[in-house]
Design a protein around this ligand. Sequence first.
Ligand SMILES: [Zn+2]
Ligand SMILES: [Zn+2]
Length: 257
Amino acid sequence: MRFASLGSGSAGNALIIESGQTRILLDCGFGIRETLNRLSRLDVSVESLDGILVTHEHDDHAGGVFRLASRYRIPVWLTHGTFSMSSRYFPNQRSFVHHLIGSHEPFSIQDLEILPFPVPHDAREPVQFVVSNGKHKLGVLTDTGESTVHIERMLNGCDALVLECNHDIDMLMNGPYARPLKQRVSGRLGHLDNMAAAQLVSALDNSKLKHMIAAHLSAQNNHPSLVRKALSQALKCEESWIEIADQEKGIDWRSLG
Ligand SMILES: [Zn+2]
Ligand SMILES: [Zn+2]
């Protein structure tokens, strides 16, 4: 099993996850041409995708999903709330297949087992996912205002984590955003800051953790060095061990074994 990021941040997010012959995208906030370019960097043809999981309806996650799904006939898995809020993205002729999921109900896409879990974020019915092939587990958590007991239960014992480190709280508060946006981003339905991410990770069973990927960093209100510092202290590891999925390059393939 392996995974890679096509890019992560407020201008677009997408992860690709593969096990055996099964390949899925998790979110797609990039346009079609951009997505194809980014897939080709990873040596992936769009025709080989078996499905797209969608976490929530915000542009940077869902903006590219439905055109891609329609043009290449890729089935989409999403909650009812996300589906109902995404109709503005649908092309005139909706020609993709979709599967509605329950935010607590595991399901499979061929070789991959998908465990959704709900998160507090300002969308209609947002979820995040743990993806497993039965042997290894990748936990993904972005776009959550705070952690919850349930989130921690879901992310325990993963082999790899992709975790939001959206902002440094001081940079956000002293930065250029207008006050309402500062409140939205730092609020309980907003985004996880570096310290909250560090606290979350230090509460987990990390005995199997091989890859720690920080994601969804704000370009204005964060800096990779602050993220590395916060997470390495939480994990008691070298700063260089923390990887960052940035907006342009994402991350190259990482293997879970
Ligand atoms: Zn986002
Ligand atoms: Zn969001």
